[in-house]
Design a protein around this ligand. Structure first.
Ligand SMILES: Cc1cc2nc3c(=O)[nH]c(=O)nc-3n(C[C@H](O)[C@H](O)[C@H](O)COP(=O)(O)OP(=O)(O)OC[C@H]3O[C@@H](n4cnc5c(N)ncnc54)[C@H](O)[C@@H]3O)c2cc1C
Length: 505
């Protein structure tokens, strides 16, 4: 092969694959290069209404009907019943105290359930990424896009308007070296290493308030939280949905635990550690941290009593600090996709939606123009907005970490995210696609959330959580989200059970 492509995309997660197909449908020649091979384990599994809206629009715009089919639980089951996903009706939160069984009351003071869909058919989904990403790679092949797995780009030199690239395959017994050319390289590798090597970018975490890391795996045989609650006499009759069919968050002293269930009963679970709050406690190997933390919370210990790590990935994976940001999103002849250019934290499940929003913007930009001057001008704007998006997500996530040991305050902090996402969804539904993910370029939104994050930080710093200070802040947040709040968020009469925050799609 000595071929010239318009785009060489490094990394075939769902982000790289969907972007490849949008570009191919816009008339470009595209080549994908993946270091691993499908199916492979990947984390980042809980989708949201914004992600689903973007999938539907990409489906229409680029004539990719299967994207619409995976944008709602009902259609997914109808068209792709063998591709594993889980039902995700909303976001659920439960705080736990060390050494004590989970406790709440009839008014759900220690429970928060926020529906993000009106019914199962229209619901979001948890993606079993190994299935979804390999399904998408099949579609990539069907669209005639050149696709290499077990292959890496080992040399990339820019001359004039072209990259001269060396591809090296590592496939057993079938290795090869091939040269090709590309006008653009898109970095969809989901980490900073590739851009650092070829485009001299630097990655840093210094701009973030959030400081977290994760330990995670897939489990078989883990108990169901809803069964636990019912068995132990908790009042669940007014629940908007079964919490095992949601993104389930258990708040703990050390941070929080996610639980995402798939239809085949596999459970994705991970502990996210708030490193700002670990007070220099030393971190050991993942197995001992996992066992130590789960055993500390008796109700969670019961859930995991019969759980075993699934064959894939077959171990606990421990991340370093999750927060990272490249110093640039683009350069001459290259662009980084969102999850490569930066990431904050899994809290609020922003990852899939943010990645898709990046796909939408890049596909839109390149399909609208072939004029380099216009493209670079738009990329400059995209980069500015991308950094605003990361800043907003960081402020919202950090607000939750700062309040996670005071559940009523945490509940108020979470509402800042729901207010921003509902605002984005409503605009989008009107046909007015916001320039920024979560409307992050609205100065008053950033200003408001920054103000609260600073106040949470101040209170946390001095440990001042008096009843009156907490109530005052909750009132303040309620007032601040009033313009975005059609869903009755923070109404005491709702008892933390929100059946209808979802906009009708
Ligand atoms: C701990 C954790 C939990 C998360 N939880 C959620 C969640 O619940 N909900 C949510 O929405 N998001 C979540 N995310 C974010 C989510 O993982 C990302 O948004 C998503 O994976 C981005 O997809 P992608 O296709 O851009 O990149 P990836 O999924 O990272 O795919 C990148 C691909 O590039 C390949 N690659 C890497 N290096 C090279 C190379 N040099 N050459 C060629 N190929 C290469 C990799 O093998 C991989 O296949 C989470 C992230 C983390 C870290």
């Amino acid at each position: 092969m000595k071929k010239t492509f318009d785009f060489l995309i490094a990394g075939s997660g769902f982000g790289g694959s969907i972007l490849a197909m949008c570009l191919a449908q816009s008339g470009y020649e595209v080549c994908m290069v993946e270091r691993g091979s499908h199916p492979r384990f990947a984390v980042g599994e809980s989708s949201t209404p914004i992600a689903d809206m973007i999938l539907r629009d990409l489906s229409e715009q680029y004539d990719l009907p299967f994207l619409k089919e995976i944008s709602r639980y009902g259609e997914w089951q109808k068209h792709h019943p063998k591709m594993v996903c889980g039902l995700k009706r909303g976001f659920s939160y439960y705080p736990h105290s060390p050494g004590k069984l989970f406790a709440s009351d009839l008014k759900h003071k220690n429970e928060l359930l926020v529906a993000a869909s009106t019914d199962d058919d229209n619901s979001d989904t948890n993606w079993l990424r190994s299935d979804v990403d390999s399904f998408l790679i099949q579609q990539v092949k069907r669209h005639g896009i050149e696709n290499f797995e077990m292959t890496e780009i080992t040399e990339a030199a820019r001359e004039g308007s072209l990259w001269h690239v060396l591809l090296e395959s590592k496939e057993n017994g079938n290795g090869f070296k091939q040269r090709c050319n590309a006008r653009w390289i898109i970095d969809a590798t989901g980490s900073a290493a590739f851009s650092g090597k070829f485009f001299r970018t630097r990655s840093s975490a210094s701009a973030f308030h959030t400081n977290s890391s994760a330990i995670y795996s897939h489990f078989e045989g883990a108990g169901r939280w809803f069964n636990y609650l019912k068995k132990n006499g908790f009042h669940t009759d007014d629940y908007p949905y079964n919490p095992d069919h949601s993104a389930l968050h258990h708040l703990i002293e050390e941070g929080w635990i996610w639980m995402l269930r798939f239809n085949n009963d596999l459970l994705s679970a991970g502990i996210v550690l708030d490193n700002n709050n670990l007070n220099g406690k030393s971190i050991h190997d993942p197995e001992s941290i996992w066992n130590q933390i789960i055993s500390k919370y008796p109700s969670l210990k019961q859930l995991f009593a019969n759980a075993e790590q699934a064959n894939v990935p077959g171990k606990l994976i421990q991340s370093g600090r999750l927060q990272r940001r490249l110093d640039s999103l683009y350069g001459v002849g290259w662009v980084a996709l969102n999850h490569t250019a930066g990431f904050v934290d899994p809290l609020h499940s922003t990852g899939i939606a943010h990645t898709l929003s990046g796909v939408e913007k890049l596909a839109g930009l390149f399909s609208a123009s072939r004029n380099d001057g216009a493209i670079y001008r738009k990329l400059e704007k995209l980069e500015h907005i991308f950094f605003q998006e990361l800043e907003l997500i960081d402020l919202m996530v950090s607000s939750c970490y700062l309040t996670n040991t005071r559940f009523e305050l945490f509940t108020a902090a979470v509402m800042l995210y729901f207010a921003a996402s509902v605002t984005y969804e409503k605009n989008r539904l009107k046909g007015d696609i916001p320039d920024a993910f979560l409307c992050a370029n609205q100065p008053e939104l950033i200003f408001t959330i920054k103000r609260f994050q600073e106040e949470f930080s101040r209170m946390n710093g001095i440990g001042e959580y008096s009843e009156s200070a907490v109530n005052h802040l909750i009132r303040d947040i309620k007032q601040a989200i009033e313009p975005f709040n059609d869903a009755g968020l923070m109404e005491p009469a709702r008892n933390n059970m929100y059946h209808h925050t979802a906009i009708t799609l």
